[in-house]
Design a protein around this ligand. Structure first.
Ligand SMILES: *Cc1c(COP(=O)(O)O)cnc(C)c1O
Ligand code: SF4
Length: 368
């Protein structure tokens, strides 16, 4: 059964991304109304909702089956008491992004790649988010920050790629985006500009012909999106990807492996094959990072490896993402290929040593 709350919204409004944003429930009280849940069910979620406020677009909420308490879309947006439970070894910024940030809004971890966080605003608050620490912090875009960032990139000739992340960069208006992309295009040495956006999955209405044509004007621009479950691959999402690709924007996808949401071979198979059908190449499947408030989503590395092994035997090689973790303390990403390569650490639970950036060894405690 589909969610009925939005049944009477006229199509013209439904298709307007600004209408979607204006009508996005941003509190438990709003969510309660839309999802028609009993107040009593929600009492235990209040501390989590206060610490990490909920937010979701009507479009994304409309994908929920209200009769299923374990609905995979619902679980991605609904605060859970587990978020404020024990956070053993977890950290609000486990990848030490703030320590690797030479100017505000720029993370420079790999010499050749700079990651920009120009806004903390998102269309949906994904409960597993790596940067949920920023949800309370107003990080509005401003031109002075952008000027400092461009200046830094200009003066660091080793940077060949810029990743525009967030928050949600495509919630910046078209003129802000054009101005930023023009500034980056003027730095001729940059080979790639990667825009990381969850909007194809949570607000496909954003991809107007204007925006797709704008993004298509820049050579070397790639769109990295974030689909986690086959139920997110709707007609609207397909249409958004089709427009982007038609305008010359190649697309890849990053998924986070989420316990109780997508951690089955069937889900991963359907998701990654469905992405190929939309001509979106599966790029990464991430094991969850030890972010405070997300422990209940981590499957454990071994479980992820086992799923990958089963996936490999049942689906096209094109549909296989690279299974990876981001090492704590800024050690960078490592691909997880087989159990044999895991170096167990002497520790009371599953823990490993990984060789990361700068040829240093990084300790990783697996709490999944
Ligand atoms: C993930 C990440 C990148 C990009 O890594 P790829 O493996 O090229 O996708 C760049 N910078 C930072 C800080 C990152 O976290
Ligand atoms: S869209 Fe991305 S940055 Fe925003 S809440 Fe979701 S995962 Fe986090």
């Amino acid at each position: 059964m589909a969610l009925s709350h939005y049944n009477s919204v006229p199509m013209k409004e439904w298709r307007d991304w600004r209408w979607q944003l204006r009508h996005s429930p941003a509190s438990m009280a709003d969510l309660e109304k839309v999802l028609d849940i009993e107040d009593g069910d929600l009492v235990s979620t209040r501390p989590a909702a206060e610490k990490y406020p909920p937010l979701a677009t009507p479009y994304y909420l409309s994908l929920i089956d209200p009769n299923d308490k374990n609905d995979p879309i619902l679980k991605q947006i609904m605060p859970s008491p587990a978020e404020t439970g024990s956070q053993w070894r977890a950290h609000s910024d486990p990848l030490a992004e703030e320590a690797c940030s030479p100017v505000q809004g720029l993370v420079h971890r790999y010499p050749d790649r700079a990651l920009l966080v120009l806004t903390s605003r998102c269309a949906v608050h994904c409960r597993h988010c790596l940067r949920k620490r920023n949800w309370h912090r107003e990080l509005p875009w401003n031109s002075a920050t952008q000027a400092d960032i461009i200046d830094y990139i200009r003066h660091h000739p080793e940077i060949e790629e810029v990743i525009i992340s967030g928050g949600e960069p495509l919630l910046l208006g078209n003129s802000v985006l054009r101005n930023l992309l023009d500034d980056l295009a003027a730095i001729k040495r940059l080979a790639v500009v990667r825009v990381a956006s969850r909007l194809p999955a949570v607000l496909p209405q954003r991809f107007s012909q204007n925006l797709c044509a704008l993004l298509g004007r820049y050579s070397g621009l790639w769109l990295v999106t974030h689909f986690n479950h086959p139920r997110e691959l709707t007609g609207e999402a397909h249409e958004a990807c089709r427009k982007l690709i038609k305008n010359g924007v190649p697309m890849v996808n990053q998924t986070v492996l989420l316990k109780g949401i997508n951690d089955s071979v069937e889900n991963l198979r359907e998701l990654n094959l469905g992405l190929l059908r939309m001509r979106v190449k599966p790029y990464y499947l991430f094991h969850g990072d030890p972010v405070a408030g997300t422990r209940h989503f981590r499957t454990g590395i071994k479980r992820g490896l086992s799923l990958m092994k089963q996936l490999r035997n049942t689906v096209s090689g094109l549909a296989i993402p690279s299974f990876a973790i981001d090492l704590p303390e800024g050690g960078g990403k490592v691909e997880l290929t087989s159990e044999a390569e895991l170096l167990p650490a002497d520790y009371p639970c599953s823990a490993y040593w990984f060789r990361g950036l700068g040829d240093k060894d990084y300790f990783y405690a697996d709490d999944g």
